[in-house]
Ligand binder design. Structure first.
Ligand code: SF4
Length: 260
């Protein structure tokens, strides 16, 4: 494959489409994925998501680069924390293969949220190629969306996230500053931003001119992911903002202030 620009070709000189091209680094060990557990709630009772399928992944999927790890993570308290801990311990949830089968069994066109808690499986901060390939394939024909705090500059994280987004699995890059959100959009990825709980604006623009819109479910009692769907499908230059919330919001506010 040429380093930049030129069209990649097979050994016989034929053009190879993006989704068929191999990635240029070793896949994450199968053993690493086998230690993880994934859980799918088919009809969420969460008032924010509404009644859509929602998944949860073992805590080991979270990257060390997440500024909210043990520092204001909204999933670290309440009923979600208990559920997440049970999955992390292996008392609930399934291995990856069974989880992907559950995704494949969702109805065509189904909106679903991956990871109400957890992130994308990785090895030392490098997102698992095996996982991305698997979930993109399982999600085909469905409308999965998620968020990630993985470092875009690490390993092949950036091309993997581009691959997922171009092939129908929406991975929003989680940021804590407008500059980082602008960088993610410039890199061709959808971005979301965490903002202080005290933010009063509903919409504004970043320095690069991208529009910021506060999550409708945080502004209205009738909006849910089920009827909003912006995290799965919106304009390329629209950043969704999430107000720090939950019992850890003081810490989250401090983490946001440190990142801004
Ligand atoms: S912007 Fe819409 S889809 Fe995204 S979290 Fe908020 S309600 Fe859900």
């Amino acid at each position: 494959m040429p380093p930049h620009g030129g069209k990649p070709t097979s050994s016989c000189g034929l053009f190879v489409p993006q989704f068929l091209r191999p990635f240029s680094y070793p896949i994450a060990p199968k053993e690493m994925l086998q230690t993880l557990r994934f859980h799918l709630t088919r009809v969420s009772s969460n008032v924010k998501t509404g009644p859509i399928p929602v998944s949860t992944s073992s805590k080991a999927t979270c990257p060390a680069t997440c500024p909210f790890m043990k520092n204001g993570c909204y999933a670290a308290s309440g009923p979600l924390a208990i559920h997440w801990q049970a999955i992390t311990k292996g008392d609930r949830g399934t291995p990856l293969a069974d989880f992907l089968q559950a995704i494949r069994s969702l109805p065509a066109g189904q909106l679903w949220r991956h990871n109400q808690a957890g992130d994308l499986p990785h090895s030392g901060g490098r997102i698992s190629r095996r996982f991305i390939r698997g979930i993109v394939a399982a999600n085909r024909g469905r409308r999965g969306f998620t968020y990630t705090h993985h470092d875009l500059s690490k390993g092949e994280n950036l091309p993997l996230l581009r691959f997922a987004n171009r092939n129908g699995f929406r991975v929003n890059v989680s940021t804590e500053s407008e500059a980082a959100a602008d960088r993610a959009i410039a890199a061709g990825l959808p971005a979301v931003i965490a903002v202080p709980s005290t933010e009063t604006r509903k919409t504004w623009h970043t320095p690069a001119g991208n529009a910021v819109l506060v999550c409708p479910a945080q502004r209205s009692d009738t909006k849910t992911c089920a009827n909003c769907q912006l995290c799965e499908n919106r304009g390329r230059r629209v950043v969704i903002a999430f107000l720090a919330h939950g019992t850890g919001k003081k810490k989250a506010n401090a983490a946001i202030a440190a990142a801004s």
